[in-house]
Design a protein around this ligand. Structure first.
Ligand SMILES: [Zn+2]
Length: 391
């Protein structure tokens, strides 16, 4: 079997191993065992359930980390899929199924791309880590735990990028507006204070907010998404309402900055006898290993300048390895790269697969894209730390 065939076989087994957030135990073991088989040093699983492998370097540069995640979003209606979502079937030169692009295709290409150096007995300047973390889709518990014990200065984030280079993305903060009025019988609304009235004013003002702009990523956006009241009867005036807002932030804009803007809007939306509070929810996340962590709903954005040394070095390496002019742009969605960047790590995005297919029922990856990603990851593992970290 060629290493491309082995990589495709690994990807099929990854897709056949369901791994919703909080249930990544089986796939973490699969990734660790595959790395062990390929000769990685001390392939292991950490306390949060992240899988980690290492290719020892010559000790002449700081380590480089390749990163993907182990979990995937739900598949919805099985029958709506053109091929079974957990089949990992190959049709027309493509591997189909949930996770083909987000993120098991990129994971297979990282594990097998770096393994080429092991096969060839090549030692890069610094250690190269390959990591698969838990619960990226639900806030990044795995990435945040990884940061407590492994923090290489340079990270290749393998989210799908069509084998192009990505140098950043907006962040995401979840905010909760909680309004308080006074409940009463709906036949005499004047006797109460309808907590929905504050929400109505708030929604009327939300599109008028002045949003920050980033030259590369555009403006922040905010969208109301979920609403619930304290009542289950249709003939009672609600005394409390909760409205969830999804805020997409530009780099440098903290969750607290967004909260302050929405609190000011809430204050100006009050009606007589009401009050309102905007908070950032915390979720108590539990890993499949049992480890727990309180995670605030804040996923930072980040951006590297187009002339950042890591961007320039990545482009030179990939242009040469792939034999084409590799475009550099930004992702539309948030990744664990935001957590890494906030911790001071430099994050470059590179992965096979069309990012627009992520989270869809048509998710598939071209085997030719996997082949190109193997070449790209091999070249980055060989040269990127030497070019950037010892520069
Ligand atoms: Zn992903």
């Amino acid at each position: 079997m060629s290493d491309l065939e082995s990589c495709v076989d690994f990807l099929q087994r990854l897709i056949q191993t369901q791994s919703l957030p909080g249930s990544e135990g089986e796939i973490a073991a699969l990734m660790r065992d595959e790395m062990e088989k390929l000769g990685y040093a001390d392939a292991r699983i950490d306390e949060a359930g992240n899988a980690i492998g290492r290719l020892p370097g010559r000790g002449e540069a700081e380590p480089l980390m390749f990163n993907t995640h182990l979990d995937h979003v739900d598949v919805g209606e099985h029958d709506a899929w053109p091929y079974p979502p957990f089949g990992g079937e190959v049709h027309d030169g493509k591997v189909w199924g949930r996770g083909a692009v987000d993120i098991k295709g990129p994971m297979a290409a990282q594990v097998y791309g770096v393994a080429r150096l092991i096969r060839d007995g090549f030692q890069p300047a610094g250690d190269v880590y390959v990591t698969g973390v838990v619960q990226e889709e639900t806030g990044g518990l795995g990435a945040q735990h990884l940061l407590t014990h492994l923090r290489p200065p340079l990270v290749v984030v393998g989210e799908p990028s069509r084998n192009e280079i990505r140098r950043g993305h907006r962040g995401r903060t979840e905010l909760l507006l909680h309004t308080y009025g006074k409940s009463c019988h709906a036949s005499v609304p004047q006797e109460g204070v309808n907590a929905l009235a504050v929400v109505a004013n708030f929604l009327g003002g939300i599109d008028e907010l002045e949003m920050r702009r980033d030259a590369d990523l555009g403006a922040s956006t905010v969208a109301p998404t979920l609403i619930r009241t304290d009542q289950i009867s249709p003939n009672v005036i609600p005394g409390e309402v909760w409205l969830t807002c999804d805020w997409r932030s530009v780099p440098g804009e903290r969750g607290e900055d967004a909260r302050e803007v929405l609190q000011a809007l809430a204050d100006s939306s009050l009606v007589e006898g009401s009050r309102a509070e905007v908070t950032i929810p915390y979720y108590e996340m539990t890993a499949y290993t049992g480890m727990q962590m309180d995670v605030p709903c804040v996923h930072p954005g980040y951006i590297l300048a187009s002339d950042h040394p890591a961007v320039i070095a990545t482009k030179e390496i990939l242009d040469h390895a792939l034999g084409r002019d590799v475009p550099v742009s930004v992702w539309q969605f948030a990744t664990d790269g935001g957590h890494f960047a906030e911790a001071g790590q430099t994050c470059i995005g590179f992965g096979p697969g069309d990012d627009l297919l992520a989270h869809t029922i048509d998710e598939h990856v071209d085997i030719s894209a996997l082949e190109e990603a193997l070449d790209g990851n091999e070249a980055l593992a060989k040269d990127l730390d030497a070019r950037v970290l010892s520069a």
